[in-house]
Ligand binder design. Sequence first.
Ligand code: ATP
Ligand code: ATP
Ligand code: MG
Ligand code: MG
Ligand code: MG
Ligand code: MG
Length: 269
Amino acid sequence: KRNMSGSKFEYVKKYELPDPLMLGTFIVFRLDGHSFHRFSDEHNFTKPNDKRALELMDHAAKALMEEYPDIILAFGESDEYSFLLRKSTSLYNRRQAKIVSTLTSLFTSNYVFHWPRYFPDTQLRYPPSFDGRIVLYPTEREIKDYFAWRQADTHINNLYNTTFWALVQQGGQTTTEAHATLRGTVSKDKNEILFSRFGINYNIIEPRYRKGSIFVRTEIPEELLSSQTQTQEEDSEKSPNLQLEEERRPELEESTGNSETTTKSSKKK
Ligand code: ATP
Ligand code: ATP
Ligand code: MG
Ligand code: MG
Ligand code: MG
Ligand code: MG
């Protein structure tokens, strides 16, 4: 017998399983460049930190936030970006595969689309790709710790990479030698190598390299809204006025137990 709604083949649809994300949880979506060790090499990224590449990542992240109002915060470092969605989001009915695939795809296409603007002198040699995943968190505590974790990772990686490339570029070591020099060292040792051998004060290295990039969606306070027509004010009540605020250099106080990752100030766009 044939299914009323389609062909005799339609039954295959029933093999598709639902994948809803639990209600009442925070959704964190993270993507990461696939094999960017190779990608950065083949596209001659400046080591340890290519600013153009980081700015391109930021651009793609912002494009995602502009397309998806339910993203309320983003944190980026290296070839990765994390996005926090509102707890109450009903984006794609909270279907996991739909959210992960669509957001990863839009980020990737933005990365490629805007590549020439950040790398005017470097042709893309092959199409880059990103992996994506979602993790659910029950409370704000885990969310703060999640972003503190990513930012601590930024710091650890950057201190290592900065010292590594100083040993190679200024110290004349091979990459193998530099790895060997750094084996078993702790942060204090790396700071010492940087300062005594290369005159580099790690603490004054550009904050975005040490701490990553953050975008926070903020509501524009009522009093800051310029005089508008009645109609616009009514519209703005239905969907609250939001703007993207770019914030850099969020101070992370790892040791004090203060895991606030979105300390105010810094430059705005
Ligand atoms: P995977 O596919 O498992 O993610 P990967 O090669 O991308 O592998 P990651 O751990 O994600 O490994 O590390 C990304 C690498 O890309 C860094 O180690 C660094 O070599 C390079 N990279 C990413 N962004 C930059 C940048 N802005 N400047 C210089 N190098 C970068
Ligand atoms: P969703 O985001 O849910 O997938 P959708 O608008 O992409 O929504 P689909 O069911 O995927 O809906 O259908 C894709 C639609 O895109 C088709 O119905 C058709 O209108 C259009 N489309 C796709 N490919 C072509 C094509 N090669 N020529 C003309 N139209 C196309
Ligand atoms: Mg990895
Ligand atoms: Mg990667
Ligand atoms: Mg990575
Ligand atoms: Mg479609």
